[in-house]
Design a protein around this ligand. Structure first.
Ligand code: ADP
Ligand code: ZN
Length: 650
């Protein structure tokens, strides 16, 4: 590991940012001047009477100064500054500087002269106060009055620009840093001390990414054989699953600097700043290579460019994205810069970003299952002083649907609760209270599952799996989980389709299997739920395409209304008659109903296995194919795929 502390990298500003910096410096200076003029050395206003009685008659006045024929500045003799009536005001004045202590305004110079003359009647001549007349332009004020509105306009205008380019994001970024990437540099030896040991669970992701660590440590080992290391790795997963953590761990393990910036930070108020920042970020990273660049929330800049967004102004986003693409293409991996990016929406990214040579490697992070949650608890419990009765297994089983960040939060919350009641250690009761509190806070925004929901999801997923297992043409599940994933609650993994030609039977069985979840819910609970939205959507689409596109229904026969040119999509006219539309509707409905009946039949026949699998799911949350086989006591009916080799392929 390289231990020498790195000097701060000089900020390389780009052209527009210099001007903006100047502008703001000007604002700052004028403001300072403004306050200085206001508060320091400002004479106090007085009246003619006071002036005469308190200053003129006692002969305290050194001289008078008539400014622009409107104002009279009164200079008090410095020898009188100690007089209690002046001392407080005089002490505020700049020392050694002769400034007026008071002033008063006058209507006209003639009147003033006469009045003064009258007041000085009877005074000996040598005691009369000298009067000077001056014309003074108060430049400070004049400039201020001119510049302030202008600055205000510029400021409002820039705010407006920012508003259109990125909503209200990035409002909190410092106004002095436009155009310069705010990449926080984390160097080995001081900040990125995170190692893989602090990242619990996600073994596959760690395994995959550890190759990057090896490369960063010893690039020549790979390049000497001509191997290419991926430049860009996309980490996809729900918030809080440790994407940032993993990226930092890579930097920590390899002992290389870590540059990170969040997607929303690129998009700022001035057009062109995002691209400049991107350039800057990569320039810094290359100067410190080997290094890691981490771009969080890449979807804010890398979203699909399409008509759906054309109403917003996306110039800024587009130019930032183009710059990113240019940067990615502009270096080869032998430079030693590796770009990691994180998003929770892999599906909305522009395909240009995902092309070979860019972010072509994807690592999916999921919400942790029960064993992973236990491991995460163990990581975060290490610094906590726990009591004897803390049961990590129980904590892990209590928290389905929690992300790593939620778990870290629970551990912290529990420690706070214990500290508040002045305990010496954190007990199980504190943890239970923390779990409740975190659930309370999360319920609205996240997918935390209650025990009754967990039961329903378990039967739903088991329904899919059992149906699929006993259908001769469906794809048997590789693994099934009740941890929320994407839109749906729970998920089952299947081998991707290898063959392009799908027979009618395969279609029907796939639809049956998609409906198996809902069929199980109806069978077990006597009521159905909203938990099947995805399934229904998929089943309906498939049934529809069977009828309308592939000509696979008896009712309609060998007809296809598929239009390869895609023109019918846009026209509002259907290429068939009303009557045909009715036939299609009927045919689709019949297909779905038939498939549902088949799923129900299978599940009724294998009710015991369904119950067993669901119970196992409730207990373990993830069940693999081998365990499904043990429960069913049966190999999957569809054995087209080589069953043994499937165990670990996802
Ligand atoms: P993301 O970037 O995916 O939103 P983060 O990496 O910011 O999530 O995770 C937030 C915090 O959650 C981390 O700092 C860490 O404390 C905790 N965390 C998340 N996943 C894990 C994990 N697998 N192991 C240990 N801690 C984790
Ligand atoms: Zn389902």
């Amino acid at each position: 590991m390289n231990k020498n502390p790195a000097p701060d990298i000089p900020e390389a500003g780009s052209k527009p940012s210099r001007w903006i910096f100047l502008l703001y410096a000007l604002i700052a200076i004028t403001l300072v001047m403004f306050f200085w003029y206001r508060n320091e050395g400002a004479p106090e206003e007085t009246t003619w009477q006071d002036f005469v009685e308190k200053m003129l008659i006692p002969q305290d006045v050194e001289k008078l100064e008539v400014v622009n024929g409107q104002k009279v500045n009164v200079f008090i003799k410095t020898s009188k500054y100690n007089d209690p009536k002046y001392s407080s005001l005089a002490s505020k004045m700049a020392k050694n500087l002769k400034v007026p202590l008071y002033y008063y305004t006058i209507g006209s110079v003639d009147v003033f002269y006469n009045q003064l003359h009258e007041a000085e009647q009877g005074m000996p001549l040598n005691q009369q106060v000298p009067v000077t007349y001056i014309n003074k332009n108060d430049w400070g004020w004049t400039i201020l009055m001119w510049i302030l509105p202008f600055l205000l306009l510029v400021f409002l205008w820039s705010r407006m620009l920012r508003g259109t380019s990125s909503g209200m994001q990035g409002m909190n970024t410092s106004i002095f840093n436009f155009g310069q990437s705010q990449a926080r540099v984390t160097e080995s030896g001081n900040k990125s001390t995170i190692t893989f040991a602090q990242v619990a669970g996600m073994d596959e992701a760690k395994e995959e990414i550890s190759e990057i660590v090896k490369f960063l440590k010893n690039p020549t080992f790979y390049t000497r054989l001509g191997a290419k290391i991926p430049k860009g790795i996309l980490l996809v997963g729900p918030p809080g699953t440790g994407k940032t953590l993993l990226a930092k761990a890579v930097a920590g393990e390899a002992g290389v600097p870590f540059f990170s910036l969040s997607g929303s930070e690129f998009i700022e108020m001035f057009v062109g700043v995002g691209a400049a920042r991107m350039r800057d970020l990569f320039a810094k990273a290359k100067a410190k290579a080997p290094s890691i660049v981490f771009i969080d929330e890449i979807d804010t800049i890398g979203r699909v460019r399409g008509k759906a967004y054309s109403l917003q102004s996306n110039d800024e986003r587009d130019s930032t994205l183009n710059q990113l693409l240019a940067e990615l293409d502009g270096f080869d991996t032998s430079t030693g810069v590796i770009v990691l990016a994180a998003t929770n929406r892999g599906d909305i990214l522009d395909s240009a970003l995902l092309r070979p040579g860019r972010f072509d490697r994807h690592i999916h992070l999921e919400l942790p299952n029960i064993n992973e949650r236990k491991a995460i608890f163990l990581v975060h419990l290490k610094p906590v002083k726990t009591g004897q009765d803390v049961n990590v297994d129980q904590l892990a089983s209590q928290t389905p649907g929690f992300s790593g960040a939620d778990i870290a939060n629970i551990c912290n919350e529990a420690a706070l609760i214990a500290a508040r009641s002045e305990k010496n250690s954190v007990d199980q009761a504190d943890f239970n209270q923390a779990v409740d509190r975190v659930i309370g806070g999360l319920e609205k925004k996240s997918k935390v599952i209650s025990p009754s929901e967990k039961r329903r999801i378990a039967f739903h997923e088991a329904g899919h799996v059992i149906t699929g297992w006993f259908l001769p043409h469906a794809t048997p599940a590789l693994k099934v989980s009740i941890i929320p994933r994407g839109k749906s609650l729970g998920a089952a993994w299947y081998l991707p389709e290898e063959h392009q030609i799908v027979t009618r039977e395969e279609f029907l069985d796939t639809i049956s299997m998609a409906l198996g979840g809902r069929a199980a819910e109806e069978l077990v609970f006597g009521e159905i739920s909203s938990n099947a939205l995805d399934d229904l959507e998929k089943a309906t689409k498939q049934a529809y395409s069977m009828v309308v596109y592939y000509g696979l229904s008896n009712a309609l026969g060998h007809l296809s209304y598929y239009d390869a040119s895609g023109r019918t999509e846009q026209s509002l006219v259907r290429p068939y008659s009303e009557k045909t539309a009715e036939i299609i509707d009927d045919a689709v409905r019949q297909l779905i109903e038939g498939a549902y009946a088949k799923a129900t039949e299978i599940l009724t026949n294998h009710r015991n296995q369904l119950d067993d699998l669901a119970e196992l799911l409730i207990r373990k949350e993830v069940v693999y194919q081998e365990e499904i086989r043990q429960i069913t006591g049966h190999l999957p009916t569809n054995q087209k795929q080589n069953y043994v080799s499937q165990r670990r392929s996802i």
